[in-house]
Write a protein that binds this ligand. Sequence first.
Ligand SMILES: Cc1cc2nc3c(=O)[nH]c(=O)nc-3n(C[C@H](O)[C@H](O)[C@H](O)COP(=O)(O)O)c2cc1C
Length: 190
Amino acid sequence: MKTPERGAAMKEFPLQKVFTLIEPGPVLLLTTAAGRRKNIMTLSWSMVMDFSGNIAIVTGSWNHSFEALMKTGECVLAVPGADLMETVIGIGTCSGADTDKFGAFGLTAKKGGEVGAPLIGECLANIECRVADYVEAHSLIVLSAVRAWTNPDRGERRTFHAVGDGTFVIDGRHVRNLRARMESKLPPGV
Ligand SMILES: Cc1cc2nc3c(=O)[nH]c(=O)nc-3n(C[C@H](O)[C@H](O)[C@H](O)COP(=O)(O)O)c2cc1C
């Protein structure tokens, strides 16, 4: 392994752009179902909170999905592969208030096992969730995963990540040779 570079000069970075340094990923899709009306939104602000499937997301009433999410207390977080990038950006730049996004983007809504919100057949993984908490001051919603599914048949396995400035990063090299040193930090079975 190469020696890391030392002490190159640091340059000040504007505070209003700090989020672009650590914007998390992968970009996700969030589905809801209010009665028979299904919807999808794009979501890049999410955070894993623990090993038991609690996940924080940031969204609010500026999106049509929010009302259904809070009313039903349920959603699905779907993980799209890099082959769905254009579709995901399309979904995140229109509203379910006036668009049937499953129809418009040709995605397959599948029935989950626990929640009314649909799984997305074309995604790499689907996590059925219930709302566990809502911190209104920060538009922060804590979701608890109640069931999860993966789709091993999808050819494109790479996810993609929003930088926050309108650009995206597709997953790169998968590093496996440090795993033995990580063992004490991993929960059993991972
Ligand atoms: C790449 C990308 C990431 C986004 N991330 C978020 C997010 O983390 N939280 C959020 O509230 N909106 C986010 N949005 C915006 C919503 O997806 C967008 O407003 C969407 O149209 C909402 O759909 P709805 O009105 O049908 O709920 C994102 C959009 C894009 C394109």
